[in-house]
Design a binder for this molecule. Structure first.
Ligand code: HAM
Length: 430
């Protein structure tokens, strides 16, 4: 775009629908959540991974499932100038599995534990807590089928929310079986719903043919009574899945994590096997789920890797922050520059420029006054910016090689030799 089109353009741009700007005054929430996420991950041996914002479209359609809402309606897909079909990451698990395979991580000690903090893109209908770009903290433990690992993955999520100070959460758990026992369960689900087809909503009639498991997840009132009486996956598990589920529940008990089995809990992605779980606010229901995950023992093989069991979880940072605000959890503020330099006159300004640079080199955050304003106006600005101290340099101070150090809270002032200012500030600030 040339300069002239910038000058004459009359459009007023806004952030695209369903996206938000995270302004400086909101950042302390984000930094805090991210810090707690990485601290928690460190305790359980997870290493951070960052994957590209876009991947081959096939990676997502193959892993999440063609019939899911995410793949059929919500992906931001495009063809690049080289004719490659690409998609902005609509979730984080498939890219991590792709990276696990691509980098031969099966040669490392298993399970390989990886976590990520990343923007996620889904073309959804925006509403409170639902965006077209949101951010997830997620983690994946790849390479072991032990139910202890499922329990640990759930524990990481629970302890992370606890550390953040979130309360009144509930943990919902289910097992949806494996490729051995699922077909039998799907058949009985299909039989059951087939007998009640007239009572189903329009979408469920389609689900009956295309994605039977998702019938359990329907939110339409007319489908609720039918779903409440539907066959339960937990009653159709093969002996191995049954044992896995029993052991998992036992470990969760040992860890003191309060869960309830929700026989209707399936998930919006097709790659899950055995364990599925969600964490929701006690009031609010499935629409307000703040995190979800489960086991996906067939995914890596499905993407061309060796058969590799895995389990993981992801949580939406926007929804966490929404709940932190709702619950009025206090979050530590970010530190801001504490020192404001207020020069009076041209020569003092030169001195202020040099002083600001040298204080910053000593690690002290400094705000400078710009333009030429009166002392009163400069001090007012220092106050508004929340500076703890102002350094005033006028003609007299210039002549004496000093500065006036003003405590902005008490308005107490003292004259300090310029060369002692840094040490003085450092002792006051700590
Ligand atoms: P998911 O349930 O689709 O799972 O998303 C995880 C979390 O991301 C949700 O619980 C929610 O907090 C947040 N989220 C999802 N969509 C939106 C949205 N449109 N706006 C705001 N927040 C949203 C997954 O993505 C799986 N990859 C989780 C996983 C990891 N399973 C195994 N490993």
């Amino acid at each position: 775009m040339g300069y002239s089109s910038l000058k004459t353009g009359a459009d007023v741009y806004q952030a695209p629908r369903g996206t938000i700007d995270i302004l400086p005054e909101e950042q302390f929430y984000w930094r805090h959540v991210e810090q707690q996420a990485s601290d928690t991950c460190r305790l359980y041996g997870y290493g951070r991974i960052d994957t590209p914002a876009f991947e081959s479209t096939g990676l997502f359609s193959r892993s999440i499932g063609e019939e899911t809402d995410i793949v059929s309606k919500e992906m931001y897909s495009f063809e690049d100038k080289g004719g490659n079909r690409l998609t902005l990451r609509p979730e984080g698990t498939a890219p991590v599995c792709r990276a696990y395979i691509e980098h031969g991580m099966h040669n490392q000690p298993q399970p390989v534990k990886l976590y990520y903090l990343a923007p996620i893109f889904r073309y959804e209908r925006p509403q409170a807590g639902r965006y077209r770009q949101h951010h997830q903290f997620g983690y994946e433990a790849i390479g072991d089928s032990d139910p202890v690992l499922d329990a640990e993955v759930i524990e990481v999520a629970w302890r992370f929310y606890e550390k953040l100070g979130l309360k009144k959460l509930k943990l919902l758990l289910n097992s949806i079986g494996c490729r051995k026992c699922r077909p039998d369960y799907l058949r009985s689900l299909k039989d059951y719903y087939g007998k009640h087809i007239d009572g189903l909503c329009k979408d469920c009639k389609v689900r009956l043919e295309q994605n039977t498991l998702r019938l359990l997840d329907c939110k339409q009132p007319q489908c609720q009574p039918l779903t409440a009486a539907a066959p339960r996956s937990a009653d159709h598990l093969c002996p191995d899945c049954d044992e896995h589920f029993k052991l998992l529940k036992g470990y969760l008990g040992l860890l003191g994590l309060p869960f309830s089995v929700d026989h209707r809990l399936v998930r919006g992605l097709d790659y899950y096997t055995r364990t599925v779980f969600e964490i929701q606010p006690q009031t609010g229901g499935a629409q307000s789920t703040i995190g979800g995950g489960g086991r996906y023992d067939d995914l890596i093989e499905g993407l061309g890797g060796k058969p590799t069991p895995a389990v993981g979880f992801a949580t939406g940072i926007e929804r966490i922050i929404l709940n932190l605000k709702k619950q009025k959890v206090s979050i530590p503020p970010l530190s801001r520059p504490q020192v404001f330099i207020a020069p009076l006159g041209e020569r003092a300004r030169d001195e202020a420029v040099k002083l600001a640079a040298s204080l910053r080199q000593d690690g002290i955050g400094v705000l400078q006054a710009y333009g030429s304003r009166s002392l009163k106006a400069q001090l007012r600005q220092a106050d508004k910016l929340g500076a703890g101290y102002a350094v005033i340099i006028g003609e007299e101070e210039l002549a004496n090689g000093t500065a006036v150090l003003r405590d902005m809270t008490t308005a107490r002032q003292e004259t300090v030799a310029m060369e002692k200012l840094s040490a003085e500030l450092q002792s006051q600030l700590c």
